[in-house]
Design a protein around this ligand. Structure first.
Ligand SMILES: NC(=O)c1ccc[n+]([C@@H]2O[C@H](COP(=O)([O-])OP(=O)(O)OC[C@H]3O[C@@H](n4cnc5c(N)ncnc54)[C@H](OP(=O)(O)O)[C@@H]3O)[C@@H](O)[C@H]2O)c1
Length: 272
């Protein structure tokens, strides 16, 4: 029996990998909305009404918005959870170390890649005490969530996610403001033509920007976590902070699946 907090896009996909591997997965309905309930049902998860009902699970996995990760962990710790707590969120190594201090046994996790399914894998990086990392890795054997151990240090899996995620997400922010500037000056088509020459870069992935805008409410806090991680490592935090500021301009587009490219670019302008 495994507890999952919460079945968002990624959490439900991770839960489905676990149920697919034959595990019973519980999630907690308290405070969550209809879309989470639908995803949980589709993933074959069993809902319970209170957090207390998850405490008997030997392993609890947190996959929630990074901005909520520490509050979720504190709530679980205060409820008296005594099993293995896995925080798989995009948070800074320092926040992860603080979360580690709340539990007897904790595993630092981070997920890189899209929500896993039959057609595509995601990597679940893990760091922490060997026995706990092995226990969690075994849960995902033969699943599309590929568990990879990074060693015993809490904070290392989070650091990898901050390093990878900030590059990946900030590149979309930079591409977005470049296209918005070019459009404002009437040279958008010329920039798109130049970007097409570099098919691998974010500048050439203009059509992805509406879905980036819809996720910006979650990516902004993640980049602020990354900025703190860079500062703590003596590196310039400004690129990550600036990308977070770009994403803040898309806050009102949260989860909007009907946005088009022109509208997404327009919303970046302060005078929109
Ligand atoms: N999606 C991806 O492609 C992806 C890729 C790599 C890593 N990740 C990581 O996976 C984690 C979750 O991402 P996601 O895509 O699953 O997010 P998501 O689809 O937005 O889902 C978040 C889940 O957490 C719940 N939630 C919302 N606000 C909360 C709060 N204040 N406190 C506690 N729970 C809350 C939501 O429930 P309600 O909406 O019902 O309230 C939902 O079930 C993040 O750390 C992210 O960085 C995601």
């Amino acid at each position: 029996m495994i507890g999952l907090l919460h079945p968002g896009q990624m959490g439900a996909a991770i839960g489905a990998q676990l149920t697919g591997a034959g595990h019973e997965v519980l999630w907690c309905r308290a405070g969550r909305g209809a879309r989470t309930a639908h995803r949980a049902a589709d993933a074959g998860l069993r809902g319970v009404d209170t957090l207390a009902e998850l405490l008997a699970c030997p392993v609890l996995i947190s996959v929630c918005p990074p901005a909520a990760a520490e509050d979720v962990a504190r709530e679980v710790a205060e409820a008296g959870f005594a099993g293995v707590y896995v925080d798989a969120n995009a948070i800074s190594p320092h926040r992860m170390i603080r979360i580690g201090g709340l539990f007897e046994t904790v595993v630092d996790g981070s997920i890189i890649g899209p929500p896993p399914n039959a057609d595509r894998d995601a990597r679940l990086y893990l760091s922490g005490p060997d026995a706990a990392v092995d226990l969690v890795s075994e849960l995902f054997t033969d699943s599309a969530a590929k568990a990879i151990s990074l060693g015993p240090r809490i904070g290392d899996a989070s650091a990898l996610k901050m390093a990878y995620g900030s590059y990946n997400k900030a590149s979309h922010a930079l591409a977005a403001v470049s296209h918005a500037l070019a459009e404002r000056h009437g040279v958008g088509a010329a920039l798109r033509a130049e970007a097409a020459e570099d098919s691998g870069g974010a500048l050439g992935k203009l059509n992805r920007l509406p879905s980036v805008a819809a996720r910006a409410w979650r990516w902004g806090p993640e980049l602020r976590e990354a900025a703190e991680s860079f500062a703590a490592a003596g590196l310039p935090p400004d690129l990550a902070s600036a990308a977070a500021e770009v994403f803040r301009r898309w806050d009102a587009d949260k989860d909007d699946t009907n946005l088009d490219v022109a509208e997404a670019l327009r919303h970046l302008h302060a005078d929109d």
